[in-house]
Design a protein around this ligand. Structure first.
Ligand code: GLV
Ligand code: MN
Ligand code: MN
Ligand code: MN
Length: 422
């Protein structure tokens, strides 16, 4: 019998332990409606990491951190020199996030490794559980900084000058964070600093969409991730008195924003409803009712599974805005570009086989959300496993997956990791 179907391993995954850990972590940053607000590189983030580290050390995993704050928990294989299998996700949340996005992938990785150790399954390869820094991009934009730096997609100093809402730079927040974790073992920044390339990477995550629940399925075998591009647009006009300045003389940044977004809606219209286009964060200065707005900054989140559409429509954004606005100076900055990826069939097969062996119903499906796994694709064979999200709700305090669904996901993860780690 292969380790992937070993009954001891499956039985060693504890639904109660995993759920209890998730609920303990959910208290750190709890907000009304069962939500969590735990921004990256904050004292709350560090408290959550220490809780996780305590559980990992209690079962004999070794702990280390890298220069961008990625956290690693290592289970030693029988051949410590062999390239490790990696699993994990992120521990930061959206400002009004739920209890499962990201954190479940980390807790499930720990549950899977604990089950492997407790059931006596021996893996040749080591297994490393990673918590990537700033996946959400909620405090510092964009997301996925930890995995982008680790994989060599972008230099680690790319985001030094990015600020949060309080004007704190990413560089300063990271420096403070690293000082607070200087007692932990330090390791290089992955393959870009000469660390080993993993043998494979498998990330567990809640689906964040409605499909699995609607189709009565247990497991999503993720086939790939659509592409995403993020832009920051600044429109700069002139402030004026709302009671006196004639409309024809104004350089009103809010009115130009409305023109720009209307034109972008036309550019992004998609009768097939595949394209995703979101304007969700808007800053206005001076932000008072009786002064004409001088500056508006707004974000664009644009996604599509087809690389050509991503390039064509994404590259048309700036000119569409410039043609639409009447009075303002325009600056468009691209802050994130994740190309669509296909996952490796070997990893997909390992997940699908594990689900089938456990009598679970699965489907191969693409991901609409981006994930750190997107940046692992050029580095090593990569895949993901999804569990259902109730009503597909996510990035919302009401996000929910049941203890049973999450346990099924952890069992599939445990079996697939055991297969990959040999
Ligand atoms: C990640 O949180 C995403 O926006 O897809
Ligand atoms: Mn996530
Ligand atoms: Mn998220
Ligand atoms: Mn995400």
């Amino acid at each position: 019998m292969s380790s992937a179907t070993a009954p001891n391993l499956i039985a060693a995954v504890s639904q109660e332990r995993q759920w209890d850990r998730l609920m303990q972590l959910a208290r750190l940053g709890a907000i009304p409606g069962d939500g969590v607000n735990r921004p990256c590189l904050t004292p709350l983030d560090r408290e959550a990491r220490r809780l996780l580290i305590g559980w990992a050390e209690a079962i004999g995993l070794s702990v280390s951190v890298d220069p961008i704050g990625n956290l690693f928990l290592r289970h030693e294989g029988t051949d410590p020199a062999a390239a490790p299998v990696m699993t994990g996700s992120h521990m930061d949340t959206q400002p009004a996030g739920g209890r499962f996005d990201g954190i479940w992938g980390v807790v499930a990785g720990l549950e899977a490794v604990q089950a492997i150790r407790e059931s006596g399954v021996r893996t040749t390869r080591s297994i490393e559980i990673v918590a990537w820094t700033n996946e959400e991009g909620g405090r510092f934009a964009p997301g996925c900084m930890g995995s982008m730096a680790w994989s060599g997609h972008s230099p680690a100093d790319t985001w030094d000058a990015v600020t949060d809402n309080d004007g704190v730079t990413f560089r300063d927040a990271l420096a403070e964070h690293r000082a607070a974790e200087s007692d932990l073992a330090q390791r290089p920044l992955g393959p870009v600093e000469g660390g080993p390339k993993p043998y494979a990477y498998l990330e567990a995550h809640i689906e964040q969409g409605p499909r699995l629940e609607a189709e009565g399925l247990d497991i999503g075998v993720v086939s790939g991730i659509q592409g995403s591009r993020w832009f920051l647009v600044e429109l700069r006009g002139e402030s004026a008195h709302a009671g006196t300045a004639p409309l024809g003389m104004r350089r009103d940044a809010v009115q130009d924003m409305i023109r720009a977004v209307t034109a972008l809606n036309a550019l992004m219209a998609d009768p097939e409803d595949i394209l995703r286009f979101t304007v969700a964060r808007i800053e206005v200065e001076p932000n008072t009712s009786n002064s004409v707005a001088e500056v508006v900054r707004f974000t664009i989140d644009f996604r599509h599974p087809d690389k050509e559409v991503l390039i064509l429509n994404g590259d048309a954004i700036e000119n569409t805005i410039r043609s639409a606005v009447k009075n303002c100076d325009v600056t468009v900055t691209e802050r994130f570009h994740a190309v669509p990826v296909d996952f490796d069939t070997v990893v997909q097969d390992a997940v699908e086989d594990a689900a089938r062996a456990q009598g679970l119903r699965s489907v191969r499906m693409p991901s609409g959300a981006f994930h750190d796994a997107q940046f692992m694709v050029p580095v090593c064979p990569t895949g993901m496993v999804f569990v259902p999200s109730h009503k597909g709700i996510s990035h919302n305090p009401a996000e929910y997956s049941s203890p049973e669904q999450l346990a099924a996901g952890a069992r599939v993860l445990a079996a697939a990791l055991a297969t990959l780690a040999g």
